[in-house]
Design a protein around this ligand. Sequence first.
Ligand SMILES: [Zn+2]
Length: 343
Amino acid sequence: MVLKKCIYLRHVTNKLIMEQTIIKKRVIGVDISLEETTFAIVNAKGEILVMDSFPSEDYPDANDYISTLCERILMMIESNGGYESIRSVGVSCPSANFTTGCMENSPNMPWKGVIPIGPMMRDRLGLAVAVANNAQVIALGEHAFGCARGMQNFVVITLGSGMGSCLFSNGLVHKGSDGYAGEVGHTCIVKNGRTCGCGKKGCLETYTAAKGIVVTAREVMAESDAPSLMRSAENLSPKMISMFCDQGDELAIEVYRRTGHMLGLGLANYASIVNPEAIVFTGGIAKAGDWLLDPMLETFEEHVYKNMQGKTKFLVSELDEDNHDVLGASVLAWEVKEYSLFK
Ligand SMILES: [Zn+2]
């Protein structure tokens, strides 16, 4: 009788263990950006099972926005495997504080002040939620599924409307004491230089991100009377300038030469401090390819600490641009250890 009971108990225990290991095999990855909020159910292999999105700007009120996001996530879960299959949620958003789970004073998003996105989502979904900034999430994705797979020390640089970075150190994201480590875009590269959105002057980002590249283009055009396709372009953008480079436009090439020089200088300082194995570029501006990367590399090698010369690998992310943020956010979700991550 006792033996029978033991066998029964063992059977129940095994069944419970099996259920726990089998059913919690999916997470939710969420990417919040100015234009769009994308969310997906992702399995442990990094396969996106279902993905959906809606315009973030349609919701000027943060409460309405988060309620809608959570309702849509719950609907997606309901029709794709059910609530019990989901382990946790990872969220990528601008100006994120990993420790508090809040979006703090984002200069570009519609919601001002401190928005407790992590705690609000946790309470509405009843699931553990982790929040990190875009560059940190991309680094997690590159480490798990992309070109930084297996690397212990690398830097991710995101180049788009801003310049972000994440330092991956000894196999982990280096967050710093308040979760803001890696703001290389807001290190000063020119004393009393261009005014930055952060309120300071001469930040690297004002030379290497989208607006700064267009400012450089205007400077280059003003310095000479040489013909250029840039002169007649409406709403000049970094993408257009790189297309003009492909067509042999000398002034457009000069714009990326100067941009690459500033980027190389900033990255040489960064690398001399943290000594990464590789620097991984991602974001729309990285698509300018060699027009940007050749001058960057020349300046980088000229300025990086001598013992590191020729040793840093430069890679451009090969992950699908449409889903690399939700993939990275799914890796973040797997890292959540407890429900009440935030106070
Ligand atoms: Zn700045």
